[in-house]
Design a protein around this ligand. Sequence first.
Ligand SMILES: Nc1ncnc2c1ncn2[C@@H]1O[C@H](COP(=O)(O)OP(=O)(O)O)[C@@H](O)[C@H]1O
Ligand SMILES: [Mg+2]
Length: 191
Amino acid sequence: MKEKQKIRQKMISLRNNLSREEVLLKSNLIKDALIQMPELKNAEWIMLYVSFDNEVRTDQIAKELFGLKKKVLVPAIIKKPKGLIACQVFDFEKDLKAGFFGIKEPTEELKTPFDPQKIDVIIVPGIAFDIRGNRVGFGGGYYDLFLKKLNRKTISIALAYDFQVLKNIPSQKNDVPVDIIVSEKQIIRIH
Ligand SMILES: Nc1ncnc2c1ncn2[C@@H]1O[C@H](COP(=O)(O)OP(=O)(O)O)[C@@H](O)[C@H]1O
Ligand SMILES: [Mg+2]
């Protein structure tokens, strides 16, 4: 879809223009807001993306989650059949190495798929969102495939810079919306 592609280009360019200081500052505000949320406090199993480029950073979130004795899962990309698996990790440095597209993934010996139905909270990345929870990703559809496998009770939380939250983005039938969006300025609970 042309319009999604336009949004991707514009948002990636805005994100690339952020300074390192802005990324760290905003990511820190988002982390503090996220950690305070009851949905996080009540969760045992939390899946967390591993940030790359200028995405909202997740390394300090992981650190806090380990400190809170939460069980942390990260995605690994599977090429065939195309999709993501959730793998438990115990350390965000030792247990990760660069994988597809340079995104860090769990090391080989940790690539055991965890049952998606048992995940309490999933924290997802994205390029753009709208106020109904619609999401534009990198264009691979990996999270759309994975979000379909979750339990009805699993809560999906997107992390975004506030400029990534738009009034309306086009969504197609395969797109799975998120339940909550957390930016450095607001928490949007959909419904
Ligand atoms: N549930 C699904 N089943 C099969 N293919 C899917 C599914 N969800 C997404 N895809 C594939 O992923 C591609 C990219 O999806 P898109 O929503 O544009 O990407 P993103 O969600 O990363 O922004 C789609 O063209 C489609 O082929
Ligand atoms: Mg999609």
